[in-house]
Design a protein around this ligand. Sequence first.
Ligand code: ADP
Ligand code: MG
Length: 409
Amino acid sequence: MENKTFKQLGINDNIIKALSECGIKEPTDIQSQSIPIIKSGKDIIGKSKTGSGKTAAFGIPLLDSLKHSSRVQALILAPTRELALQISGELEKFGKHTELQFATVFGGVSMHHQIRKIRTADIVIGTPGRILDHLNQKTLKLSGLTHFILDEADQMVDMGFIRDIERILKYTPKKKQMILFGATLSGEIGLIREKYMNRPIVAESEVHVTEDYLEQYYYNVQKHKKFSLLVHLLKTEKANQIIVFCSNIRTVEVVSKNLKSQGIKAGMIHGKMNQNKRIRSIKEFNNGNQSILVASPVAARGLDIKDVSHIFNYDLSQDPQEYVHRVGRTARAGESGKAFTLLSARDHPAFGQILQNYDLNIQELQIDNFPIVKFEVGESRQRGNGRFRGHRSRSRSGPRRGRVRSRSR
Ligand code: ADP
Ligand code: MG
C-alpha cells in the first residue's frame, strides 16, 4: 500500500545502493514496520512468515546504525550453522559499501580462523554453543555490545537453546537493544521477553510477500504407491529446483537412495549429516548443479534456498506449523511456486490439523495411472535408536497391500 521507501525510512544511500544491487528495491511489510522501531533503539519482537524478509528487517537498520570500531557491537544468534551462514551472507552483501566487519561462528570447525575474524568484527553471527565456547575462552568479548539479536527465536527455543541464550546474555551489558525475530513466537520465548526485554514493541505482519504466487495441491495415494507417484511427478512436472521433504532422517535417506536407483539425481540434507556435507548439499542445490534436494524439515528450516519452484511433502510431520515452514521454501519474494503433498492414511491426522489451524487453499488432485517403480527400504541402520522408531516395522515390508493404520507419531 503506502509503504515508505528505504530512503523515506532514513536508510543511508550506501546501504540502499547495496540493496538495489541485490535486487531489493522496496521494503516488505515487516521491513517497513521494523526499520523505524529498530532505528529508534527500542526493543522489538518481529513476527512474520517465512520468506517475508526478516533478515533484512533487522539487518538493514542494524547496518545503518553501526560504524566500524574495535569492538563487537552486535551479536546475532541463529539456531543452525546454515542459517548463521545465510544471515552473514546477506549482511555482508547489504553492508558491502560500509566499513563494517563480520565474523560467523559455529561449531564443527576449528576455532582458530573464527578467533581471527572476531578480533576485527563489529557484528558476530553464530550458533549459541560455539558463541559460548568463545565467551568462556575469552576469545569473544561482549562488554561493548549494543545490539542483541535472536533470529528464528522460536526454533532456538524448540531446539533447547534457551539456557545457552541466558548464559550468553550474562556476558552482555545491561543496557542494550534486544531484537527478536521469528515466524511464530510462542511458549518459552515469553521468558526472554519477561526477563530480558524492556517493553518491546511488537511488529507483526501476516502478509506473506508471495502468498498469491503459491499453488498448493494434495494427492491421496496408497502408501505403497507413494514413492512411484513421487517419481512420476518429478518426471512430469516442469520444475527447476525441487525440495522433497520427509519427516525424518531415515526417510530422507531411503527416498534419496531410491531416487538414485530410478536414475534421478538428488542431493540430501538432514540433521545427522556433518557440517561440511550439509553446506555442500546446499551449495550444490543453490548453484543449480543439483536440482532436487531431499530434506528433513529442521535441517532446512529458515534457510533461504534460492529459486525453489516445487515443494513435495513426501509425508507430513506431526507439527502443523511445519507445513507452513515447508511450503514457505517456495514462492519466495515474488517468484511463483507449487507445493504438492502426498497423503497416505498415516498422514491424514496431521493433514487434518494443518487444515484446522491454517486458512490454506489446498486443492485435491486425482491421478489414476502412473508407473509403479521399485522402492527398497533396505537395512535399518540404527537399530535401537529411538529416533527411527516406527521405521523398523516398515523396513523390508516393501510394497505391501492392505490397511496401514495411521499411527500417532
Ligand atoms: P525470512 O527470514 O522472513 O524467512 P529472508 O530474510 O530469508 O526471509 O528473505 C527471503 C528472501 O527475500 C531473501 O532472498 C531476501 O534476499 C529476499 N528479500 C528480502 N527483502 C526483500 C525485499 N524488500 N524485496 C525483495 N526481496 C527481498
Ligand atoms: Mg529468516
